[in-house]
Design a protein around this ligand. Structure first.
Ligand code: CUA
Length: 309
């Protein structure tokens, strides 16, 4: 699950395919026109060139050709744009994403209980279905861009916008914040995981569960360390401490591909590094270092978080 390239050239969604076609047509047309102009330049350098009739060239190449070419392009792009996925929250599945400095909070509605399921930095979607992603920001303007799936959409504090995603192939698609939002704008990535519909339902069912209960002394120690270090001031682990919303919900953090919004692969080693000194890995991030934690507690806490699948 290393993820497919974050690339507009490898579309895996309906909208991305249309956008990519636009890009190729414009590139090809530009190349043809460039080659034509270069040919004319070469022709003009010939010593025995016949004198031109400037009026004809201005009317033909300067007026008639651009008008015809641009009108054709306008007609074609208008027709193709009408085939983009409709931006409607009437789609079967609706997800809400809030951008924060510098991570993404993702909320689902559990179809069974109606309860809200909160996760972070990963959007799971069923393949072949339109998914409406409601977008919002809690601090400054951000922008959601998953190039393999669709165009960009700004996320503005106090305003709800939306984007309909539709993945045509299962896979992991990397996305990136596309609006400068501060020191760690570059390290504000996310993953869209497109799953077969049954796999998506299973995933949602697992996410709806409270956190796994620790088994064994090390994991018990880890859960105790979570509370001793007052991690619950910012982080929720459903079933352990549920009051805080400042940082990412950690109920199933071990199941996520990466931590730190696309910074490091989720593993007890990277979790320990992150907890010990987040400022070294992502300077300016709002999470303080767990100062004064002993090595054994740190290892136990990291192991506990990794086990929260
Ligand atoms: Cu968020 Cu750039």
């Amino acid at each position: 699950m290393s993820g497919t390239p974050q690339s507009v050239l490898h579309p895996a969604g309906t909208d991305a395919a249309i956008i990519s076609r636009f890009a190729w047509v414009l590139f090809a047309a530009g190349a043809v026109i460039f080659a034509g102009v270069m040919a004319l330049v070469l022709l003009s350098l010939r010593n025995n060139a016949r004198p031109l009739r400037p009026g004809r060239w201005i009317a033909g190449a300067g007026v008639a050709f651009p008008v015809a070419a641009l009108s054709a392009l306008l007609a074609w792009s208008t027709w193709r744009s009408a085939q983009l996925v409709p931006q409607s929250s009437a789609a079967a599945l609706s997800i809400s994403v809030t951008a924060r400095m510098w991570w993404w909070e993702v909320r689902y509605r559990d179809p069974d209980s109606g309860r809200e399921i909160v996760t972070a930095n990963e959007i799971h979607v069923p393949v072949g279905q339109s998914v409406y992603v409601g977008l919002n920001a809690s601090d400054v303007i951000h922008s959601l861009w998953v190039p393999a799936l669709s165009g960009k959409r700004d996320m503005i504090p106090g305003r709800v916008t939306g984007l309909t995603l539709r993945a045509e192939r299962p896979g992991v698609y990397r996305g990136q914040c596309a609006e400068f939002c501060g020191a760690q704008h570059a390290r504000m990535a996310l993953h869209v995981v497109a799953l077969a519909p049954e796999a998506f339902r299973d995933w949602l069912r697992r996410q709806a569960q409270p956190a796994r209960v620790p088994t064994g002394a090390l994991l018990e120690r880890g859960r105790a360390a979570f509370l001793e270090q007052r991690c619950q001031t910012c982080h929720t682990i459903r079933g352990v401490a549920e009051a805080a919303r400042l940082g990412p919900d950690l109920t199933h953090v071990g199941s996520r591909i990466q931590i730190g919004a696309g910074l490091l692969r989720t593993h007890k080693g990277t979790l320990a590094d992150w907890i010990a000194d987040p400022q070294a890995l992502k300077p300016g991030v709002f999470m303080p270092a767990a100062s004064g934690i002993d090595g054994e507690s740190l290892r136990a806490l990291a192991a506990y978080l990794e086990h929260l699948q």
